[in-house]
Design a protein around this ligand. Structure first.
Ligand code: M6R
Length: 590
């Protein structure tokens, strides 16, 4: 969950690494640090808890001199948020520095061995074992590179690791299960947990595969396996722009990315036709299709399961990636698993893919990040084409997933053209829903709700997954407890929580209006404050948000006002919309 960047070149490393860390903060933001090999040969390490800008103000990262260095933003897993636990971590002899993302599952065994050898530890992280293990390997006379490789071979778990040694102009790196990508510049090279880390310097990248061992020095980037044998990795150009990774005129990435949906839904719909038809063909031929995802991506899949049923007359199995192993005895070589993930690095999704592979099933994916682990481990991928999503919350990638999944369902049903046209029609609708006057209108609602402790959200049919996703948006960014459920479930328990003034957001559409309005009436009868999201108003609504009726594509348009509401609530409550507490952009640990 952490952000990683490394630089080797002729320029001062500190400003490049500092900027990279600011761009990576969405991956983790409880502490940060930088290590630079100074011209004298010794390594300067500065780290602390807090946000990157605050730490920089305190420790003066830009005062660090040298042209090779590494930096890290942390999302704590092992060990609390303390200065000692912040990365980079330093070996006992003070010569080796390491940054790491992931979890070393056998760190207790390694630590015991190191303690027996007389090593001491200043913090509680698993990471601190790595520089010391390298030091132990070097005691036998190995050079740094060999020792680092031999140490990394001993790690179990998920990791992306960067290491440097005093006086050597070299970064060594490896990964297994956690993201890492190299950036190729002119006379300078980069390595990062994510492309935005170095996007302003180069758009030429080399994807690092699991168990690759990478050496970056003034001679360039060399790939080896963990036994030291040279391997070749291709060079790719990426089409993400720097503007996409910057806030522009917006105060926050969240609102920028919500606004971008007017275009990103179209880009998602503009799928490579050959790949789309190949995936559709695989869906038709498969004996059993599973949609597998987590969080918002799961909600997109839940919507898709309704759409496949309605339009393609087809049942698709829907499973939370973290629960997928419970279904493995249904997997055969004729099964198709479609894994859906914005980042392509969510550990539970990758585990589900491994399970499917073990059973010989086909794996296809719907993913935003080209070169991500999921992308590389899929037989075929449909790309979301949404550009980098920096805000921790999924907004534009959620609607892009809905667009791709809907188009896939239309294609499976032999109605590709109709699907494309229906999605094209949304441009106008989304333009209006994200316009300044809509945002101002929704701000009036945010003002009314900002001090509430609970919000309930209900919907039936396709509005049920929308209610779940809308609740997730509100709770994760504003910290107001929000619970989404099916309108039909109301009387099975949750209605007990409705009190005078309790807000309830009610999503409806032409095909379920009567029943859901009855549910809204039941809430209103107990004093609830009803917010309707629908094509036309109803007397039961205390506040009404108009969204045009677009049938199976309603989930794409109806979530947008609540994304905006969640954003406004966060701002009014003084929460950071881009980096909510305790969260990070991709969940790369169990
Ligand atoms: O990268 P992924 O789509 O696999 O991520 C899945 C979830 O972690 C993600 O959707 C998460 O729920 C977000 N916080 C939602 O805003």
């Amino acid at each position: 969950m952490c952000g990683i960047i490394g630089y080797v070149g002729a320029k001062e490393a500190a400003p490049i690494i500092l900027n990279g860390l600011k761009r990576l903060e969405y991956r983790g933001y409880d502490s940060a640090g930088i290590a630079i090999v100074q011209p004298s040969g010794s390594t300067d390490v500065r780290k602390d808890i807090g946000r990157v800008a605050a730490i920089d103000a305190k420790l003066d990262f830009l005062g660090m001199k040298g042209t090779i260095g590494i930096g890290h933003t942390r999302w704590a897993t092992h060990g609390g948020v303390t200065q000692n636990n912040a990365h980079p971590h330093i070996s006992n002899n003070g010569k080796i520095v390491v940054i790491h993302n992931g979890i070393v599952e056998n760190y207790q065994d390694i630590k015991r061995r190191l303690l027996d050898e007389g090593f001491t530890f200043y913090g509680e992280t698993d990471t601190e074992t790595i520089p010391n293990l390298i030091e132990l390997e070097m005691r036998g006379g190995k050079d740094f590179e060999t020792a680092a490789r031999d140490a990394i071979k001993q790690l179990d778990g998920y990791y992306a690791v960067l290491a440097m040694f005093d006086g050597e102009r070299k970064i060594v790196a490896s990964r297994d299960g956690s993201p890492l990508v190299a950036g190729v510049g002119a006379g300078e090279n980069f390595i990062g947990s994510d492309i935005p880390a170095f996007l302003e310097h180069t758009k030429t990248v080399m994807y690092i595969h699991d168990k690759d061992f990478v050496v970056i020095d003034d001679a360039g980037i060399r790939f080896k396996d963990l036994d030291g044998r040279a391997i070749e990795r291709p060079v790719h150009s990426i089409d993400w722009s720097l503007e996409q990774a910057q806030k522009g005129d917006f105060d926050h990435f969240m609102m920028k990315e919500i606004s971008e949906q007017v275009d990103t839904v179209q880009k998602a719909a503009n799928q490579d036709k050959e790949t789309l038809f190949a995936v559709a063909d695989a869906v038709k031929k498969a004996k059993g299709v599973f949609l597998v995802a987590c969080g918002s991506s799961y909600h997109a899949c839940l919507s898709a399961s309704y759409i496949f049923s309605k339009i393609a007359n087809m049942h698709v199995n829907l499973v939370l990636a973290s629960e997928f192993s419970n279904y493995e005895h249904f997997l055969t070589p004729d099964t198709l698993v479609i894994a859906v993930s914005q980042s392509g690095e969510t550990i539970d999704v990758l585990d589900a893919v491994r399970t499917a592979r073990r059973k010989g099933s086909k794996v296809m994916s719907i993913v935003n990040v080209m070169g991500s682990s999921l992308h590389r481990n899929s037989d075929l991928s449909l790309m979301l084409n949404a550009g980098p999503e920096i805000c921790v919350l999924s907004t534009k990638t959620y609607t892009a997933q809905l667009a791709v999944l809907s188009l896939l369902a239309y294609t499976v049903a032999g109605r590709y053209d109709e699907g494309r046209e229906s999605l094209q029609y949304l441009w106008n609708v989304i333009y209006n829903l994200t316009a300044a006057n809509t945002r101002d209108y929704i701000k009036q609602l945010a003002d009314k709700l900002k001090d509430k402790e609970h919000v309930f959200l209900i919907g039936r049919g396709l509005q049920y997954p929308t209610a779940l996703e809308a609740a997730l948006k509100i709770k994760e960014v504003s910290y107001i407890h929000a619970e989404g459920f099916s309108g039909g479930e109301l009387k099975h328990g949750t209605i007990a929580l409705i009190e005078p003034g309790t807000p309830a957001i009610v999503f409806s559409s032409a095909d379920n209006e009567k029943e859901i309005i009855s549910n809204a009436m039941e809430i209103k009868a107990r004093g609830g404050y009803i917010i309707g999201v629908n094509a036309h108003s109803n007397e039961v609504f205390d506040f009404f948000i108009k969204t045009p009726e677009v049938g199976l594509l309603n989930p794409i348009v109806q979530i947008i006002p609540v994304q905006i509401l969640a954003y406004q609530l966060a701002v009014l409550r003084g929460c950071d919309p881009d980096m909510p507490r305790n969260l990070a952009k991709s969940v790369t640990v169990k």
